[in-house]
Design a protein around this ligand. Structure first.
Ligand SMILES: [Zn+2]
Length: 234
């Protein structure tokens, strides 16, 4: 964990100190002192990015071998990509609103810095991994979420018997697509048909706001559904 003050959140220094907590293993009941890192700084700690992507970062492994998910608010900061993703697992919408309201206390320099960054909020570590992969593959998450809505609708027609509970962007064998997870925990990969992503950009680039904001935004399938709502046209 680094204590380097973050340029965007100077009044939030507390957030960037490791949080020391006592963990009680649910299996062997051993008490352990653990340090939670409230920020993943990709430039300073590339290994932490790997841990996030390997699902190790938000997990504690006890001496007995038991792995327990430990999820808490955490900022993923990739200044090389001008990308900031806030994992806000608890009451995400409320937490997001509070986070964005704090901008009133920011200096003009900080707001300027935020304006050149892509600022996102996510609900779960899986959503965080999805965002990292989207931006690592130089895609725009807004068009990815809109593409997801189309591919998901198509998938639903082809597999009326399956109920998808989660859909996450991924790239497999060089092909962009989505991993659909069903209520029976089946995992299926659906490729994005050739040309669809570019078609989606053409269809929606004039319909979604292009102006950068300094706020963290929740861009997910719910956001895409809102853009696609028929009465939105009127
Ligand atoms: Zn244990």
């Amino acid at each position: 964990m680094t204590n380097t003050p973050h340029p965007l959140l100077p009044n939030e220094e507390e957030r960037y100190k490791p949080i020391v907590s006592t963990f009680i293993c649910p299996k062997c009941k051993k008490h352990s002192k653990i340090q939670l890192r409230a920020c993943v700084n990709v430039s300073l700690h590339p290994e932490e990015k790997d841990q996030v992507l390997n699902n190790e970062f938000f997990q504690y492994t006890c001496e007995c071998g038991e792995k327990t998910p430990i999820v808490y608010p955490c900022l993923y900061d990739d200044m090389g990509k001008a990308l900031m993703i806030y994992l806000l697992p608890d009451k995400t919408e409320d937490a997001l609103e509070k986070m964005n309201a704090q901008q009133d206390t920011w200096s003009p320099e900080m707001v300027k810095a935020a304006l050149v960054c892509t600022m996102r909020a996510v609900r779960t570590p899986n959503d965080l991994c999805e965002k990292i992969k989207i931006f690592d593959n130089d895609l725009d998450d807004r068009y990815v979420e809109l593409t997801k809505a189309f591919v998901l609708a198509q998938f639903g027609k082809q597999h009326p018997d399956l109920r998808v509970v989660q859909a996450l962007y991924d790239r497999k064998d060089g092909k962009d697509g989505f991993v659909f997870i069903t209520d029976e925990e089946k995992m299926l990969f659906a490729e994005i048909p050739d040309g669809l992503y570019d078609e989606i950009i053409r269809m929606f680039e004039n319909k979604i706001p292009q102006k950068k904001t300094s706020c963290y935004e929740l861009i997910d399938i719910g956001w895409a559904m809102e853009v696609l709502r028929p009465d939105k046209e009127n």
